[in-house]
Write a protein that binds this ligand. Structure first.
Ligand code: ADP
Ligand code: TRP
Length: 333
């Protein structure tokens, strides 16, 4: 194993959808599958708490994210897979870092800034609906990243700024106390940066246009049938490269199936038939993971065992570094 550390967190704020899978989970699993790095994947449940304040929903969503990753093939023996709130060292570091972080840096962080600016436009108090967790969200994320000396952080485009903030915070600490934290880099997969949803906009929980990953087959079919298409007549040749159905198909089919599907587009296939074929490949691909997911969700004890073991491994890395940090700031004992 090389010393390269790859780390990413997943916020449990809603049902996982095809966009999350293609844009974030699939590439991260590919990285985890390569043996020349140490991978840490965690459920960022306390980040989720900034949005989800219903206790049952919070609990279920955290398990659901964990079950999703396990069902899709994350091997907890090869990666360190844990729940953020099981690693108290992260929160202690987060406080230390917050004392070294300027408020102005947080004012510029995009999640806070967009709510702030919207409030101003609406003539509301600029901090309406902003809790302190949301405001300092990037500091907790910096602690997540820095505490494990992460080299690479695979994220979606929207998280690039947060990784840059983590880097700034690390530099600030190193400047005052001497070289301590590694400076992390983000990894963004440009190809799959934006998977379109049912209405053609980016697939997102916020737009209510998603195809959740583990819906029962019948519902999956219904949703796929809702994908927006144009009015090209059924027999007319169609351009696969501008089709959202084709784009999704490519992610779930074998190369031979993709070639075959491409030819059908060029020779003319009705949108109804194209959707039917998309359903077939997506459903076949997700059938086994869906069974595994449902099995895990009715026996969350199994998930707990895995996450507890992961937290043990994570803390074994986190505790010595936190100790070093405490020494540097003047906690000598
Ligand atoms: P949502 O937009 O549904 O709230 P999140 O912001 O929770 O999704 O995103 C979780 C991860 O999935 C991030 O890494 C994000 O970049 C990725 N992701 C979300 N939507 C898409 C999409 N439509 N296409 C590609 N990746 C996506
Ligand atoms: N903020 C990330 C998101 O919304 C989740 C996250 C929390 C994260 N901590 C992290 C991602 C550390 C990468 C590294 O998707």
């Amino acid at each position: 194993m090389s010393n390269e550390i790859v780390l990413t967190g997943i916020k449990p704020t809603g049902k996982v959808h095809l966009g999350n899978y293609i844009g974030a989970i699939k590439p991260a699993l590919q990285i985890a599958g390569t043996s020349d790095c140490t991978s840490l994947y965690f459920i960022a449940d306390y980040h989720g708490l900034t949005f989800i304040q219903d206790r049952d929903e919070f609990n279920t969503l955290s398990y659901s994210i964990a079950a999703t990753w396990l069902a899709l093939g994350l091997d907890p023996d090869r990666v360190i897979f844990y729940r953020q709130s099981d690693v108290p060292e992260i929160f202690e570091l987060s406080w230390i870092l917050s004392c070294l972080t300027s408020k102005g840096l947080m004012n510029r962080a995009h999640a806070y800034k967009s709510i702030h600016d919207k409030n101003e436009q609406l003539g509301l108090d600029s901090d309406t609906g902003v809790n302190m967790g949301l405001y300092t969200y990037p500091i907790l994320m910096a602690a997540d990243i820095l505490l494990f000396q992460s080299d690479k952080v695979p994220v979606g485009k929207d998280q690039i700024q947060h990784v840059e903030i983590a880097r700034d915070i690390a530099e600030g600490f190193n400047r005052i106390y001497g070289d301590t934290f590694k400076l992390p880099d983000y990894i963004v997969d440009e190809k799959t940066a934006v998977i379109p949803g049912l209405d053609g906009r980016k697939m997102s929980k916020s737009y209510n246009n998603t195809i959740p990953l583990f819906e029962p087959a019948e519902h999956l079919k219904k949703l796929i049938n809702k994908i927006k298409t144009d009015s090209t007549p059924p027999q007319a040749p169609k351009n696969p490269d501008t089709s959202n159905i084709y784009l999704l198909y490519k992610e779930f089919a074998t190369p031979a199936q993709v070639q075959d599907f491409r030819n059908k587009y060029l020779n003319g296939i009705s949108w109804g038939d194209a959707k039917q074929e998309l359903f077939q490949v997506v459903n076949a691909y997700l059938e086994e993971p869906r069974k595994k997911y449902n099995k895990l969700m009715v026996a969350p004890v199994q998930i707990d065992d895995i996450l507890n073991e992961g937290a043990r491994k994570a803390r074994a890395i986190a505790a010595p570094l936190l100790k070093k940090v405490k020494l540097k700031i003047g906690r000598y004992n």
